[in-house]
Design a protein around this ligand. Structure first.
Ligand SMILES: Nc1ncnc2c1ncn2[C@@H]1O[C@H](COP(=O)(O)OP(=O)(O)OP(=O)(O)O)[C@@H](O)[C@H]1O
Ligand SMILES: [Mg+2]
Length: 312
């Protein structure tokens, strides 16, 4: 469905992406990982036809995107790093505007706009000015513009960046719901995001591929040992600890100095537990300052990218 063959992009004499080849099959959800400046955004711009590679080729359904740009671009919905939304437009009007830009048939406009509003949950803000809606809704509006023409392929550049834990969870659920309906590539720094939504990960560093592996085989590689989630809150309390303890998958909680709680998680528990933990902390008004996880996927990432600044 998507094929990159020896793709290189140079800015001046510097390569942002070098000799990158990979392919994505129809219906796959692929996580595109890498530290800051690795070349994720540059690669996505080339896949979507926004940027021409210095060398190599990008094929969508076997066709070079730059040889048949109109036809191939129609198959792709793109959520760039900065969503292309206009703050002085109303949500619904903006979506009609995008549908027009994308040449959606006039007689289908109403149903396309209504269905995308429903799909991404924009009903309550559809008549509001984009500048007045929250960041989470702005991101949903960005997702809606990518989805409006019902594209087969979705390219999402850090779809949850800058959102609070609740909004992250909502966007992540949305992406999970899109599974099966689209072929998706999403870039992120957040490993738990990949674990929650993707079938496969591709890790790049300095423009080059350092790993590509299915989540299933990564999981297999992970030791069966229990994981540990560490959280730092403003104020811990007995009620908070008890509520956390009742979450499915939490085996034990230890509190230490500086309001740090260490939660032992059963090995079979999926990464949604992180969000549930964050949600409880927020709901109890304990003030979430930090949440991190010692997880072998994270170790794999650090080992492969040699990056010791965790960006989440
Ligand atoms: N328009 C540009 N002109 C010159 N250099 C650029 C340009 N855009 C990106 N770069 C450089 O290319 C490299 C890759 O950037 P890119 O934005 O693709 O990385 P990224 O993986 O998306 O990073 P981040 O995680 O910070 O979003 C970086 O070194 C960046 O500074
Ligand atoms: Mg980027």
């Amino acid at each position: 469905m998507i094929e990159l063959h020896k793709v290189t992009k140079k800015y001046g004499s510097r390569s942002a992406v070098e000799d990158l080849s990979f392919s994505v099959q129809k219906g796959e959800v692929v996580g595109f990982l890498g530290p800051n400046g690795a070349g994720k955004t540059t690669t996505m711009k080339m896949i979507t036809g926004y940027m021409v590679p210095t060398a190599g080729e990008v094929k969508i359904d076997g066709k070079d995107i730059f040889e048949e740009p109109l036809k191939t671009k129609k198959k792709i919905g793109y959520l760039p790093e900065v969503p292309p939304i206009y703050s002085d437009m109303y949500v619904e009007k903006y979506l009609y505007y995008v549908a027009g830009l994308k040449d959606c048939p006039k007689e289908k406009m109403n149903s396309l706009v209504n269905s995308v509003i429903e799909k991404v949950g924009l009903q309550e803000v559809r008549h509001r000015l984009i500048q007045n809606i929250s960041k989470g809704f702005k991101q949903r509006t960005g997702l809606a513009q990518a989805l409006i023409s019902e594209p087969e392929i979705l390219i999402l550049d850090e779809p949850t960046v800058g959102l609070d834990p609740n909004q992250i969870l909502e966007i992540r659920n949305l992406i999970s719901q899109l599974r099966g309906q689209h072929t998706i590539i999403l870039s992120t720094h957040i490993l738990s995001e990949v674990q929650a939504t993707c079938d496969r990960i591709i890790i790049i560093k300095e423009g080059k591929m350092v790993a590509q592996e299915s989540l299933a085989s990564l999981r297999e590689k992970q030791s069966q040992s229990r994981r540990c989630i560490s959280v730092r809150v403003k104020q811990t309390s007995e009620v908070l600890e008890q509520t956390l303890k009742q979450l499915n998958g939490i085996e034990d909680i230890k509190s230490s100095q500086n309001n740090i709680l260490s939660l032992l998680v059963n090995a079979d528990t999926d990464t949604n537990i992180n969000e549930q933990v964050a949600k409880v902390i927020i709901e109890k008004g304990a003030g979430l300052l930090e949440l991190s996880e010692s997880f072998s996927l994270e170790d794999v990432f650090l080992k492969l990218t040699g990056d010791n600044t965790k960006d989440n």
